[in-house]
Design a protein around this ligand. Structure first.
Ligand code: BG6
Length: 287
């Protein structure tokens, strides 16, 4: 019963061969369309009808089992960043998730539920609602007999017009770890602007973040619940060149504003406990 075909909804949810011939789902609502690959339960596309795609996807991305997809929304779990001898950013983005259920909600949005294949002592589900906005919910339950500590993050790559033109608001006064300098600072500016590589983990913040994009004439909103960390990342020139699955010039058109619980904000669940991370993203025209 786990074949995505069983969960098709005519004209709304279609099982397709996605990029790299990998199994994927195409979702169409009256207001938007989206694509989700089962590899990583990875949202690879979301677009409101008549608008620009909201999510950035690298033209150089691999679409191969065992390799992460570069762009869209990688699910980072159960650890964030490198871990010796193990896959960077955890195994969830490399696993083929099961599609459990698809449903059309009364107002016309479509909700899909995915499950991470059985892991010892962990049950993880990812719920995606496609409509006027893109809403995501990652729930993790400790099904084991001892405490379980983990990091999670919905690593949203956003499509922007020009990295030199955008600014990011919502993080003023927030303490952050600058991963490039390995030091902590407090964000003093009302907005963040980009003139070089940025790789920061903002801690203890539940704030909504806005990306103002004058070139694409829109503001992207990132709203979250159950998340204390916000990661802001753009690789700039040298790191772009080092990443084999990312174009040298693509840093101009993307920015990551990621929502989760990482580093000092890692979560510990007692046996039987559950945590839910909710992130909703959408865009409005720039006034
Ligand atoms: C970000 C990290 O979340 O992900 C960066 O802060 C990292 O340090 C980036 O480079 C991409 O990671 P990866 O493993 O997908 O190349």
């Amino acid at each position: 019963m786990n074949s995505p075909k069983h969960h098709e909804i005519p004209g709304r949810v279609t099982a397709i061969a996605g990029k790299g011939n990998l199994p994927a789902l195409r979702i169409e609502t009256d207001s938007s369309n989206a694509e989700i690959h089962l590899l990583g339960a990875h949202i690879t596309h979301f677009q409101k009808n008549g608008g620009e795609p909201l999510l950035f996807m690298s033209a150089e991305s691999e679409f191969e089992p065992g390799k992460p997809i570069r762009g869209g929304v990688p699910i980072i779990f159960p650890w964030f960043g490198p871990r010796e001898g193990l896959a960077a950013h955890g195994f969830a983005r490399l696993a083929s998730w099961d599609l459990l259920d698809t449903i059309v909600l009364p107002e016309g949005s479509i909700r899909l539920t995915f499950r991470l294949p059985a892991e010892d002592a962990i049950a993880a589900e990812f719920r995606v609602t496609v409509g006027e906005s893109l809403a995501m919910e990652l729930s993790v339950t400790n099904t084991g007999a001892s405490d379980f500590t983990f990091e999670n993050c919905l690593h949203t790559y956003f499509q922007i017009g020009d990295i030199h033109q955008i600014d990011i608001a919502g993080l003023q006064g927030t303490r952050y770890l600058d991963s490039l300098l390995a030091s902590e600072f407090t964000e003093t500016g009302e907005t963040i602007r980009f003139s070089g590589e940025v790789d920061r983990v903002y801690q203890n913040t539940a704030a909504t973040v806005e990306i103002h994009d004058p070139s694409l004439r829109r503001t992207i909103h990132v709203r979250k619940r159950g998340s204390k960390s916000t990661v802001v990342w753009n690789p700039w020139i040298a790191k772009s060149k080092r990443m084999p699955d990312f174009g040298d010039e693509e840093y101009h058109q993307m920015v990551c504003v990621e929502s989760g619980n990482v580093k000092a904000n890692a979560i510990t669940l007692a046996p039987g406990e559950q945590s839910v991370l909710k992130v909703e993203v959408d865009s409005t025209p720039l006034g």
